[in-house]
Ligand binder design. Structure first.
Ligand code: SOE
Length: 387
């Protein structure tokens, strides 16, 4: 076993999901690298210390520059707020560290392009944690598309809905709430939620070439948790956009944090000439599939038994599932990060880098930027995506 010495930047929700993945990797996957939790870094030393004690990190740092230049660290994991990704990734790559970064990759395309350049010129393995690709049912959808079961695509439909910011009393800024502060997050639901939907969409259905969008900010002033002052809200609370794909299909994307009752409602449907697939994260262990069969001559229609199949994605033949339990038993949200990490490590070991890497995530960033631009001009915007 070789050591994979991890320096984790950030201790929030994503710091926990990633740390869990490092700890469980070799329990479930036959890899040759064993993660060692060397250091966790955060501005708040006390909270970082509590995090380190809980998850088993060897030491605590409060300056990320120290971590990215430490000789005893191989991999930098960026789980801190979006406005920190750029500086940390560039410095880590310059120091020859592997870099794995939370989504969205950057605040905008300009930053993301420089980050791609940095990891590619340093030739360091890199990945962006678009974890939903690693939900077995979504990976199965990809397999069905690749097997030609959906056929010529016509429609892609994605929704990503939450409801946690409806109250005007929710402040913006600070730990946990930086997602509401445009200066830190870059954008609202577009970068935070639709980035996931766009990544999945382009993985399944290819490049999005142009978009037209409408965004809405329902609560226009919120107290800032750090300054204590009422401030303008700069994020998009909701965003809807239409998309054209390079393969000729069309898409609709909808996201909001104002859908009362929807906590993390992430769905998509792809309709093609030969079939359709549908996924809903509230029932993550299922992929729904409709197969259209053309009748051969002499064959009778069986329309009384046609319908959607609800595939319980828990057999060992299903993506990732041979690493876990027995058929019929499902895995959870945390395993999507574990699967992503396993793919990353296996990519290092096989020399076939896993996706999405920084270059791939840059394409999602291009769509996000085009969406925000279109929402300002209310015109179609070309994305410039290159897959
Ligand atoms: C936002 O509430 C959030 O935590 C996103 O930032 C994550 O990427 C998503 O997986 C769950 O929702």
């Amino acid at each position: 076993m070789k050591e994979l010495r991890v320096g984790m930047i950030g201790y929030g929700f994503m710091g926990r999901t990633h740390s869990n993945a490092y700890k469980r990797l070799t329990d479930f996957f036959p890899v040759q690298h064993k993660p060692v939790l060397k250091a966790v870094c955060a501005r708040n030393a006390e909270k970082a210390k509590a995090f380190a004690e809980n998850w088993g990190y060897e030491r605590v740092e409060t300056d990320w520059k120290k971590v990215v230049s430490s000789p005893d660290i191989d991999l930098i994991d960026i789980g801190s707020p979006n406005d920190t990704h750029f500086d940390i990734a560039i410095a880590a790559a310059k120091n020859g560290k592997m870099v794995v970064c939370e989504k969205p990759l950057a605040m905008d395309v300009k930053q993301a392009e420089k980050m791609v350049k940095a990891v590619e010129s340093a030739k360091v393995p890199n990945m962006v944690w678009f974890n939903y690709r690693r939900v077995p049912s979504i990976a199965l959808a990809k397999q069905l598309v690749d097997e030609g079961r959906v056929g010529k695509p016509f429609h892609y439909r994605a929704t990503y809905l939450q409801d946690w910011t409806i109250s005007p009393d929710v402040p913006q800024g600070g730990a946990g709430l930086w997602r509401l502060d445009a200066a830190v997050a870059g954008s609202g639901v577009t970068g935070d939620l639709l980035a996931h939907s766009i990544d999945t969409a382009m993985w399944l259905n290819g490049a999005i070439t142009r978009v037209v969008a409408k965004t809405k900010t329902f609560v226009t002033k919120r107290k800032h948790a750090v300054s204590g002052k009422m401030q303008e809200v700069g994020i998009d609370d909701a965003c809807m956009f239409l998309a054209e794909f390079a393969n000729g299909s069309m898409g609709t994307f909808e996201s909001t944090r104002y859908a009362r009752g929807r906590k993390n409602f992430n769905t998509f449907e792809l309709n093609g000439e030969d079939g359709s697939v549908y996924f809903d994260l509230e029932e993550p262990e299922y992929l729904q599939y409709f197969e259209y069969k053309q009748l051969q001559s002499g064959e009778k229609t069986e329309s009384h038994v046609t319908g959607w199949r609800k595939i319980h994605t828990t057999n060992s033949e299903h993506p990732y599932m041979n690493r876990y339990w027995v058929p019929g038993t499902c895995i959870g949200y945390e395993h999507t990060f574990l699967n992503a990490l396993a793919d990353f490590v296996m990519g290092i070991e096989s020399g076939k880098p896993t996706q999405p890497d920084f270059r791939n995530a840059l394409q999602t960033q291009k769509v996000c930027d085009a969406v925000i631009k279109s929402a300002k001009t209310l015109r179609w915007v070309d994305t410039g995506v290159q897959l």
